[in-house]
Design a protein around this ligand. Structure first.
Ligand SMILES: O=CC(=O)O
Length: 334
């Protein structure tokens, strides 16, 4: 590791005049997310290297040379991380959501933040529909069942429910919500939604509260961002309003749902099932979920496609280029 670090320092000293960028994420992240070499900035860790804290404790002088970081949702950029980097001026989130970044601290320090914008909306909408089909038609359960039985020996298999014609409630009618609606229209589903405001151009029924939406639908699909207004937007009352045949799909953020209540409602049969790509305290996933056949789990993977990595890599590069050549950012958050 020390050798690896010396190499970085050697390499970066050759680029001493360029602003330094640190890729802040798991090892695979810095392998997959490789902006091209640039005349305007220098990537400090172009291959899998120690995490930021370790890197800085090994090279304290380097902390003050980092002007920008590129980050993922699994690695929070809280005030403690920001404090480690006195010269930080830009954070490029390789995600649509920025709830893992302390935006008020960024505002206070005058640090700019960019996100993936709408880049992943189609992938996330595909995943929402896939999870819904899986939960309602029990595809993962069937897969496990057949691998255990090795042949179609009996019809001893729990019945699924038909998706065609279902009443779907979408929470958050931004780009992802719209893409989900478009896909589910092909299944003759009846779409209604809740969001901050009614969208004048949409003819789908609008409900100003999630509990009213849940009362009128069979399925809730959570596509909104996590903030103080949306934390636990799906609570016990909402789940009871959705009712025993109800399915919840979450491709937003885990804390949109009160996870303890979700588990209780699933175990006690208050709702039918759930498809979850996100969890309240990631990377932790409550072990009780693993024994529930009515839940389909995915490891925050809705955006993990080779296509999305190619696009985010380009977008990060464009934002870095724009920032370091004093041009407007492509996808600014603040
Ligand atoms: O969760 C993924 C994202 O916010 O892009």
């Amino acid at each position: 590791m020390a050798n690896q670090n010396n190499n970085i320092i050697e390499q970066s000293s050759k680029n001493n005049n360029l602003p330094k960028v640190f890729l802040h994420g798991p090892p695979q992240f810095s392998i997959l997310l490789q902006p091209n070499p640039s005349q305007n900035f220098h990537i400090l860790n172009p291959s899998s290297l120690p995490p930021l804290h370790e890197f800085i404790s090994l090279n304290p002088d380097h902390a003050s040379s980092i002007s920008a970081i590129v980050c993922t949702t699994l690695y929070p950029v809280n005030a403690d991380v920001i404090r480690l980097l006195p010269s930080l001026r830009l954070i490029c989130a390789a995600s649509a959501g920025t709830n893992h970044i302390d935006l008020s601290e960024c505002r206070r320090r005058g640090i700019k933040v960019t996100s993936a914008g709408n880049l992943f909306s189609e992938e996330v909408a595909d995943m929402a529909v896939a999870l819904l089909i899986d939960v309602s038609r029990k595809i993962s359960t069937a897969n496990r069942f057949l691998r255990r039985q090795l042949q179609i020996a009996s019809w001893d298999f729990p019945l699924g429910s038909k998706l065609t014609g279902k009443k779907i409630g979408i929470v958050g009618m931004g780009r992802i919500g719209l893409e989900v609606a478009k896909r589910l229209e092909a299944f003759n589903c009846m779409i209604s939604y809740n969001s901050r405001n009614k969208k004048p151009l949409l003819s789908y029924p609008f409900y100003s509260t999630v509990i009213e939406l849940a009362t009128s639908t069979n399925v809730l699909i959570l596509c909104c961002e996590l903030n103080d207004q949306t934390r636990h937007i799906v609570n016990k009352e909402v789940m009871l309003a959705l009712g025993k045949g109800g399915i919840i799909v979450n491709v937003g953020r885990g804390a949109l749902i009160d996870e303890k209540e979700l588990l209780r409602c699933l175990i006690e049969g208050e709702i039918e099932g759930a498809g979850l790509d996100v969890f309240e305290n990631e990377p932790y996933v409550p072990k009780e979920f693993f024994s529930l056949d009515k839940v389909v789990l995915s490891p925050h993977a809705a955006v993990l496609t080779s296509d999305s990595f190619m696009s985010i890599c380009q977008l990060v590069e464009q934002n870095l280029e724009a920032f370091f050549s004093n041009k407007p950012l492509i996808t600014p958050v603040i």
